[in-house]
Design a protein around this ligand. Structure first.
Ligand code: TMP
Length: 218
């Protein structure tokens, strides 16, 4: 029987550069012969991508709980169809956002109760938690500036105060789970950030056991 793989997530406020970093890590690990699967949230499998479109349409307004249930529905699809199968196959899974986004955006940002959201989230995720989470921390003004006012989706269009609460929320989550989180300074250059991401990932994979067992399974 295959051993459980390794689950890496990337988190942060809008425009922090996490998607570029996540893809760079994917390309690097692939080129080194690792078996690696990339996904994102909300999104991943087709139904979850459809839900993403509903969630991010700038011309729609959603009730806070509707938003949570849609996010969790998309997450469950992603966990059942992509994340769980890959982890049971000893692969490395990289996800551009996962459940910390829900705690940061819906709990700290929107003010929904952490305990209840966390309980629903356990059903959505089948209690699968990341082994390692990179949080790219950045002043929210910087990130929104990078996106530019003309291209904003429903979440990005939220007031600056909302985004500040999300950033603070992320930092609180990171303080509560110090072993799992690795916080990066989003003001550093993409090259510096990637070097750190690469080093930390390899270190953590080694801690998990013989590194070769994550290779050549895809
Ligand atoms: P992104 O993938 O381009 O970062 O966009 C996803 C958006 O969805 C982003 O604004 C954060 C938001 N989001 C939540 O509010 N809660 C969640 O649980 C997830 C996964 C994303």
């Amino acid at each position: 029987m295959s051993r459980w793989g390794f689950f890496i997530t990337f988190e942060g406020v809008e425009g922090c550069g996490k998607s570029t970093l996540a893809w760079k890590l994917y390309d690097y690990l692939k080129s080194e012969g690792f078996s690696v699967v990339f996904t994102r949230e909300p999104g991943g499998p087709p139904v979850a991508e459809d839900i993403r479109d509903v969630l991010l349409r700038p011309d729609r307004k959603l009730e806070p709980w509707t938003e949570v249930f849609l996010l969790l529905a998309a997450r469950h699809e992603n966990v059942k169809k992509v994340i769980y199968p890959a982890l049971t196959n000893s692969s490395i899974v990289i996800s551009d956002r996962y459940d910390d986004s829900t705690f940061a955006y819906q709990c700290y940002g929107r003010g929904l109760p952490y305990k209840i959201v966390s309980r629903f989230n356990k059903f959505a995720t089948m209690r699968i938690k990341p082994n390692l989470t990179f949080l790219i921390d950045l002043p929210v003004e910087k990130g929104l500036e990078r996106i530019g006012a003309g291209n904003m989706d429903r979440m990005e269009q939220e007031a600056i105060e909302f985004h500040r609460k999300v950033r603070e929320g992320y930092l609180k989550l990171a303080r509560r789970a110090k072993k799992r989180f690795y916080v990066l300074d989003g003001l550093k250059t993409p090259e510096e950030l990637f070097e750190q991401v690469k080093q930390v990932t390899i270190e953590r994979l080694k801690q998990k056991g013989p590194i070769g067992r994550f290779k050549g399974k895809a």
